[in-house]
Each structure stands twice: as structure tokens, then as C-alpha cells.
Design a binder for this molecule. Structure first.
Ligand SMILES: CSC[C@H]1O[C@H](OP(=O)(O)O)[C@H](O)[C@@H]1O
Length: 366
């Protein structure tokens, strides 16, 4: 059994000085929402500007912005855009007019619960608007708060997760869980940033994460931006790597965690969890409480997004599969709590999560 070793003041100072927080995927600037187009990274760093909620929904669906917390934050600003448009076109009936845009945002992607958590929080803000308050300023302040709270949560999870890692460790991560997937700093990648800064992590392996290549394109880009050495591998090489005993932790993010501690995450996560358990490697899931869905009793209830076959059949726009071949392209899988050694949230660390521990973590406040 291991327990978090609290960070010393030197480690905290280092984390502050090393600005591992420059990258922003979602930015509200000059009255518009700007999203870093993650489809074009790492070759091109281009922001797209949005002023209409349906276009934000399409950007989420097309993965201009992706990653559970980042999707929620983008949708929150999408509600601000929806309210501004409704206010200008529907006068006193503007709040009813916003409903259609909220449904459009909610339909963008089905698995990451942060999308629905953020929309519900913005709806509560809408419902609570006082007559003497500027509604657009109130909604923008709520979206800003969601962003700021996410970054603060990531910083806290970075400390807590890194505190579990012994000095001299090598770790393996899957997909992208960094600043590009969140408000900033990252969840699993935030733990890796904090662990590197604290001198506890000495090597980072990232698998490429087919078919969208979040690992090869996004995680490798983020870590090289921070001068953190990263070694890429094909997913198929993970078993060989873990068998060689070179990795102490597999550290991943999450898109939805249910009341029994099951975790939906990028396809391939479940296989990594089985490999880790078989080879005696610790398995850590890092996610803010906004990713926990206590309304679902088990991971079997999580809607798993099926994405277009062409994402699998083509690479970089060029078809690589034989003509006539079909494709099965689930974007997520579900890892049972029994395979998870540590669940790190901003509320605390849950070792060997189970239903009772999830209830204790989340209490009544979701
Ligand atoms: C910090 S949550 C990131 C989470 O989202 C990714 O999925 P996608 O790139 O399809 O949005 C993946 O599951 C990551 O773990």
C-alpha cells in the first residue's frame, strides 16, 4: 500500500516557476470563443473563432476541441453565445430560444459527462438570473468560473497524483489528457508534469492512440513544448514494454466515471489496465469530480461513441485500408474499478475504488 507523499515547498515553487501552463485549447477573447484546432496539430497551431452555438457543437463533434473537461468548457461558452444570439433575436422570449442551442450542444458527443455537467450548470445559472442582473455578464462569469475551477482542480490533482509516484519512475500514458483536453495543465498529463517537475518521474512513454493519434500528435507536442522528454510507442508495443518491467505506473484520464468506480476512457484503456494488472504495474486514473456521473450505477450504462469508419480506414486523409474493408470504430471503452489502483480527483485520492468509496468521495454534492 502507498500513500500520497505531500509536496514540499521546493516542489510547489518549481511547479509555479516552470510555466507548464502556456497551452490553451479554449479561449474567450474579444467577445468570441476561440478554439485551437487540434485536428491540425502538431504541424499547425491555428485558432478558429466562434460566435454561434451550433458551430461550437459542430467543432466538438468534429474534434476541433476534444477531451472531456475541454468539451465542457467549450460548451459553457457556447451557452454564452447562444444567449447573446437569442437576446438579440427574441427579445423577452430569449430564454426559451436558448433551449434549442443547448440541445444542439448536448447532442455533440455522447460519452464525456463533462459536456452535460457544464450545460446543466449553465442552465442553473440561466434559471437563477435575477431581473436586475445583466444575463450575458452572469453567464460569461459562470463559464469563466468553470474554466478557472478546472485549472485549479488539475493543479491539485497534479500534486496528489505525483505524490503517489516514487522517485525514479517511468510511466506510460494513453491518448491526450493535457492542456489540450482541459482548461489547462491537464489531468493525467498534469500528474506527469507535476511528477517530472518534482523529480519523481524520470521517463514518459506515450502510445500513439489510434485512430485519431492523440498520443503521437497531441501528448508528444505538449510534452516537447514543456521540454519533458517523451518516447512514443505503438499501442501494440505496450505489452512488450510492461513485460520488460520498465514502467511503474500507467496513468490515464477519463470521460465518465460511474457510481461503481468504472471508468470510460479512450479506446485501448481497458486493455492497458489488464496488461498493467498482469505485469504488476500500478494503474492510475486522473479526473476532476465533474467527470463523475453518480446517476449511472455501472459502467455498462455509459453511452460509447461510435465514430466514422473513415477515421480508421484513412490516415491523414489518404485511405490505407483495402477497398471494400469495413471498420468498427468505438471511441471509448470501460475499465472496471477492480483494475484501478488509484483514482485521483481534486477532492482526494481513492485507492482501489468501489461503490462505497465513490459515495464517500462524492457525497451528496455532485
Ligand atoms: C482529460 S479527459 C481526456 C480524455 O478525452 C479523450 O477522448 P477524446 O480525445 O476522444 O475527446 C480521452 O478519452 C482522454 O482520456
Amino acid at each position: 500500500m502507498y500513500a500520497p507523499q505531500p509536496f514540499g515547498c521546493r516542489e510547489r515553487l518549481l511547479m509555479t516557476l516552470l510555466d507548464h501552463d502556456r497551452i490553451r485549447a479554449v479561449v474567450w477573447r474579444d467577445g468570441s470563443l476561440e478554439l485551437l484546432d487540434q485536428r491540425r496539430l502538431p504541424q499547425c497551431e491555428a485558432f478558429l473563432r466562434f460566435n454561434e452555438a451550433p458551430a461550437v457543437a459542430q467543432a466538438i463533434r468534429n474534434m476541433v476541441v476534444r477531451g472531456a473537461p475541454a468539451i465542457g468548457i467549450a460548451a459553457a461558452y457556447g451557452v454564452v453565445l447562444a444567449a447573446r444570439h437569442a437576446f438579440a433575436t427574441h427579445g423577452d422570449d430569449w430564454q426559451a430560444a436558448v433551449r434549442g442551442d443547448l440541445q444542439c450542444l448536448a447532442a455533440a458527443r455522447p460519452t464525456a459527462v463533462n459536456l452535460f455537467w457544464a450545460l446543466a450548470r449553465m442552465q442553473r445559472c440561466l434559471d437563477a438570473l435575477a431581473p436586475n442582473v445583466d444575463p450575458l455578464l452572469a453567464l460569461l462569469a459562470e463559464a469563466d468560473a468553470i474554466l478557472a475551477e478546472d485549472i485549479a482542480a488539475n493543479r491539485r490533482m497534479g500534486e496528489l497524483g505525483a505524490g503517489l509516484i516514487d522517485a525514479g519512475s517511468a510511466v506510460l500514458t494513453h491518448c491526450n489528457t493535457g492542456s489540450l483536453a482541459t482548461g489547462g495543465f491537464g489531468t493525467a498529463l498534469g500528474v506527469i508534469r507535476a511528477g517530472w517537475t518534482a523529480g519523481r518521474i524520470e521517463a514518459v512513454f506515450a502510445d500513439e492512440t489510434r485512430p485519431w493519434l492523440q498520443g503521437a500528435r497531441l501528448t508528444a507536442w505538449e510534452l516537447t513544448q514543456d521540454d519533458i522528454p517523451v518516447t512514443l510507442l505503438a499501442e501494440g508495443a505496450a505489452a512488450h514494454l510492461l513485460r520488460q518491467g520498465r514502467v511503474r505506473w500507467v496513468i490515464v484520464g477519463a470521460d465518465r466515471i460511474t457510481a461503481d468506480g468504472s471508468v470510460a476512457n479512450k479506446i485501448g484503456t481497458y486493455g492497458l489496465a489488464i496488461l498493467a494488472r498482469y505485469h504488476g504495474v500500478k494503474f492510475m486514473v486522473v479526473a476532476p469530480s465533474s467527470t463523475v456521473d453518480m446517476a449511472l450505477a455501472s459502467g455498462d450504462e455509459i453511452p460509447i461513441e461510435q465514430r466514422a469508419a473513415d477515421e480508421l480506414l484513412s490516415v491523414g486523409g489518404a485511405r490505407v485500408a483495402a477497398d471494400g474493408a469495413g471498420a468498427w470504430n468505438p471511441s471509448f471503452d470501460v475499465t472496471p474499478a477492480a483494475l484501478i489502483d488509484a483514482l485521483v480527483t481534486e477532492r482526494g485520492v481513492v485507492l482501489q475504488p468501489d461503490r462505497a468509496k465513490m459515495q464517500a468521495l462524492m457525497g451528496d454534492g455532485v
